[in-house]
Design a protein around this ligand. Structure first.
Ligand code: TXA
Ligand code: MG
Length: 352
């Protein structure tokens, strides 16, 4: 697999981006960094290329793809007239981790991109290499996260290669991505309502301050999802999931959470299964497991978001079989963080 590093000499970088852009425009699959996670890109108009995305990822074909653009002209080619509210959000929050679902212009993209829907999710990523690649390729770029379906999304080029080496033409290596969780996906059911379909890099608070009179229809929190989907190994979701068995432990009193998790770890010692915990810095030293990973401080949930997927992959790399993770508050980026954690755990959440 061809791989271009984006941190080197400017002339070399320009040449490599040009090469990547040419591959995209010729119908090949190229992974690239965005401010959220790495995306697996293809020309959104080219059905063969888009088919390749689904094949490489092992992704179910009924799950539509986000189209990435670099400027407003590209937007006009993709979508039908859209509400003023959408325009305002774009003006305030693009480029950035916000995907807006809009009415698609017939024949503007392959029907595989929209999974047959009459809408398309569009976003303008806030990453110089992504923007340059899109611009130079001349394509609207369909790109899901560049992981095998079900695995944690890639926040490093190495993660992309772990999952997709041999299945894609190349990866533009931009180092670690910033946000670390995917974009927020919204739709606008009427002229003054923003419905969050997937919480992500743009928080509900940011949406509200970009559009003060709009009503934000927030998603079911991770907590309410749990009560609807009781613990059941057979029903385990496989989104973002590590190979080990992950349980989230949430509670008002952090010291009780720590006590509970450590008891669980101790109880499995006789079984010789490899144990891991994912916890905040504040309580790190209170844990004794085979692998102790930290999110960083609980005062900086952005850092936890940035680290989450790499931590889940690390548990796999070390062969950890039983994992407990501290939950966190669902304020700000915490909502997206708990959403991904809950999915990664197949909704196995203990509340104490
Ligand atoms: O940050 C991100 O969004 C990353 C980077 C690469 O841009 N991409 C990403 O793509 O996370 P993916 O395919 O892993 O997630 C796309 C999400 C899915 O939940 C999909 O169902 C939703 O967006 N989606 C896409 N088009 C849609 C549409 N027309 N209506 C409703 N949901 C849509
Ligand atoms: Mg994904």
């Amino acid at each position: 697999v061809w791989r271009a590093a984006v941190d080197g000499d400017a002339a070399v970088l320009a040449g490599q981006l040009e090469e990547a852009a040419a591959l995209l425009s010729e119908g090949h699959l190229v992974a690239f960094p965005t401010e959220t996670v790495y995306g697996l890109g293809a020309d959104a108009r080219n059905t063969k290329a888009v088919e390749g995305i689904f094949r490489a990822k092992g992704r179910p074909s009924d799950n539509p793809l986000i189209v990435h653009i670099a400027d407003e002209r590209q937007l006009g080619e993709l979508v039908l007239p859209y509400p003023e509210l959408a325009r305002r959000l774009m003006k305030e929050l693009w480029p950035g981790p916000l995907t807006i679902v809009l009415p698609v212009r017939p024949e503007a993209v392959s029907p595989l991109v929209t999974a047959g829907l009459s809408t398309v999710g569009v976003r303008m990523p806030d990453h110089p290499a992504a923007l340059a690649l899109i611009r130079q390729s001349g394509c609207p770029v369909a790109a899901p996260s560049a992981n095998r379906s079900g695995r944690p999304s890639p926040t490093l080029a190495e993660h992309v290669l772990e999952d997709l080496d041999g299945k894609i033409s190349g990866v533009v290596d931009g180092g670690a991505t910033g946000v670390g969780l995917e974009s927020t996906v919204i739709e606008l059911p009427d002229s003054d309502t923003i419905r969050i379909l997937r919480p992500g890099g743009i928080t509900a608070e940011q949406l509200q301050s970009a559009a003060p009179e709009a009503t934000i229809d927030a998603p079911a929190s991770a907590k309410s999802e749990i009560t609807e989907a009781p613990r059941s190994p057979g029903m385990k979701y496989t989104h973002y999931a590590p190979e080990g068995d992950l349980t989230i432990v949430q509670g008002h009193d952090p010291s009780e959470v720590t006590l509970y998790i450590q008891e669980q770890v101790n109880a499995t010692k006789a079984s010789r299964l490899k144990t891991g915990v994912l916890v905040f810095d504040e309580r790190r030293t209170a844990y004794d497991a085979d692998l102790v990973l930290t999110y960083g401080s609980e005062l900086h949930l952005e850092q936890a978001a940035h680290r989450l997927y790499a931590a889940l992959r690390r548990f796999d790399a070390e062969g950890v079989q039983l994992i407990w993770a501290e939950g966190c508050s669902e304020e700000g980026i915490g909502l997206a963080l708990m959403n991904r954690l809950a999915k990664a755990a197949g909704h196995q959440i203990v509340r104490i």
